[in-house]
Design a protein around this ligand. Structure first.
Ligand SMILES: Nc1nc2c(ncn2[C@@H]2O[C@H](COP(=O)(O)OP(=O)(O)OP(=O)(O)O)[C@@H](O)[C@H]2O)c(=O)[nH]1
Ligand SMILES: [Mg+2]
Length: 321
């Protein structure tokens, strides 16, 4: 029998490149929320996968997208998010840096001039050179590009920017290329015994995952600055065991915090329509997660300017200790 391996690999990259989608796809279970909007993920989240035949445990770390914190009230929350991602960089055994395929029209334009790293990605590469960790370059969303030759200048340019252990094109959505990526991630792990119990899939509690599933629906259903002005707290989470003819179920009450009265009006919606829609969809998602019926009560509350207030940020889990 060979020796066992275990360790951490962080998924890093600019917002919206598909880090959380990739985490879920590798685990075969949805633990991280993923939406079409950038800056969906706000905290680090661990996903644990065991490979019994290889005596290996891979602990993936999903991180917020790396971006330059900008803007007025949001900056403190955004600084926290970037801090979470940068901290992950120094604490893991290896990294997967994810970039995404540009849309076909943009790609065509790019291929006509010499390749140049954009600001966001050159920031990431600079950080990578600072921590000097082994890293895999992943080009995600290849399902969007029919003519794969158009990707070559980009792959070549990124390829030269760091000493990658390997460069892999994937589609986190369809699962294309993931088997190879998993084999390569495993190679980055040091020898060692499993770090977490075999049955553990994430470090986050069900309550926290539930709050995220509510936030996911806000991100999907509301527009403009609303998603970025919203946080969720769970006020009550009561598991009720099966009794008589009732199956086991969970009663959840949660608050949607917004920054302004005008935002509350939008999140509540006409006659409560919006908050009802958020509730219906989130309840279904939480029920899928727990595998039992869920009752969900939502409240909407104004916490004036919470994205810039340390004490409120702390209560909502957005301050580092
Ligand atoms: N077509 C296609 N879309 C993808 C793929 N991977 C992710 N997406 C989509 O890209 C969007 C962003 O995905 P996320 O997984 O939330 O991206 P992220 O990198 O975690 O984003 P942040 O948390 O905001 O940094 C979602 O709409 C996904 O469905 C892919 O392989 N192909
Ligand atoms: Mg994410």
């Amino acid at each position: 029998m060979g020796s066992s391996h275990a360790g951490f690999v962080a998924l890093v990259g600019r917002p919206n490149v598909g880090k959380s989608t990739l985490l879920n796809q590798v685990l075969g279970q949805k633990i991280a929320i993923a939406t079409p909007r950038p800056q969906t993920t706000r905290n680090r989240i661990l996903g644990v996968k065991n490979y019994p035949k290889e005596h290996t445990q891979l602990v993936l770390v999903d991180t917020p997208g790396l971006h330059r914190p900008a803007g007025r009230g949001r900056s403190r929350l955004n600084q926290f998010m970037v801090g979470e991602a940068l901290a992950a960089l120094t604490e893991v055994d290896g990294l997967v840096v994810i970039i995404e395929c540009p849309l076909p029209a943009e790609l065509k334009k790019q291929s006509e001039k010499p390749f140049q790293l954009d600001g966001g990605n050159s920031f990431i590469i600079d950080e990578l050179k600072r921590v000097k960790k082994p890293a895999i370059l992943v080009l995600n969303k290849v399902d969007l590009i029919r003519d794969k030759r158009l990707l070559l200048p980009m792959l070549d340019g990124f390829g030269k920017a760091y000493g990658w252990t390997v460069v892999i094109p994937i589609s986190a959505k369809t699962g294309d290329g993931l088997a190879e990526l998993e084999r390569e991630m495993i190679k980055l792990l040091p020898e060692g015994d499993p770090l977490y119990p075999e049955e553990m899939i994430t470090d986050r509690a069900e309550r926290w995952l539930g709050a995220e599933l509510i936030r996911e629906q806000v991100f999907i259903l509301t527009k403009q600055e609303i998603p970025y002005s919203v946080a969720i707290s769970i006020d009550d989470w009561n598991e009720r065991p099966a009794k008589d003819r009732n199956v086991a179920n969970v009663m959840v009450s949660a608050t949607i915090h917004v920054e302004k009265e005008a935002q509350k009006k939008i999140v509540v919606g006409e006659g409560g329509r919006m908050v009802r829609e958020i509730g219906t969809r989130a309840r279904q998602e939480i029920s899928n997660l727990l595998g039992c019926p869920v009752h969900l009560k939502l409240f909407v509350r104004v916490d004036e300017g919470w994205t810039g207030k340390p004490s409120v940020l702390r209560d909502l889990g957005y301050e580092r200790d």
